[in-house]
Structure formats: C-alpha cells, structure tokens
Write a protein of this length. Structure first.
Length: 116
C-alpha cells in the first residue's frame, strides 16, 4: 500500500476498496448513512512520519473503530486490529518524544546564541 505524505489514503466507499487487503494491511469496515465504507491501514507505521501526520492516521483509524462500534459490541474484532492500533499509538509517542528533544535542542541553541 502506497502512503502519500500529503494526502490521507484512508476512508473509501467499500466498492472502491480492493477485494482483499494486502496481508500487512488492517481493514476496518463500517456502515454510515446507509453506505458501506472501509479504512485500510498498514499494521505497522511507515517510518519518518511526524506526530501530526501519525495523529491524522490515528484519528481516522479510531473514527472507523467508533463507527463500527455502533454495529458491533467489541471495539476490536481481532488481535491484528489491536496490535496495529498499539503500534500506531507507540509510533505517535515516539514521534512526540523525538520532536520534543528537537525543540529542546533548538531552544538551547537559541538560548546560547542570545547569551553570547
């Protein structure tokens, strides 16, 4: 699955989704407004995404879960969905930590320049 860094690939009408997702892709299907939808997401996050971009994927992933939850009892239908969600949440936390370190480094360098 090719993931654009500028456009979310996520929500699609079910008829536009491929018959079966790739083995490394988790698909969440739900019905909203009388129309069937699907959301495909790789089980593991793509490297190099910033926290904002990851949060966009997570927002849509969780939206699909919540929409499906209206029709089902469980939030996750299988262990793959749970594992994928955990992997994306962990990637988001890692990206936030990476960005926080970078911000502290920049602030320190700017402070050193101002103090000189």
């Amino acid at each position: 699955m090719q993931i654009s860094l500028t456009t979310l690939q996520s929500m699609q009408p079910l008829e536009q989704c491929s018959m079966e997702p790739e083995p490394h892709v988790v698909r969440i299907c739900y019905t909203e407004g009388g129309k069937d939808w699907c959301y495909d997401l790789p089980e593991k996050p793509v490297g190099g995404l910033n926290s904002y971009r990851i949060s966009q994927f997570l927002t849509e992933f969780e939206y699909a879960f919540n929409r499906r939850l209206k029709d089902e009892i469980r939030f996750y239908s299988d262990l793959r969905e749970m594992s994928a969600h955990v992997a994306w949440l962990q990637a988001h936390a890692d990206a936030l930590e990476r960005e926080a370190r970078m911000s502290r480094l920049f602030a320190s360098r700017i402070g050193n320049i101002m103090a000189a």
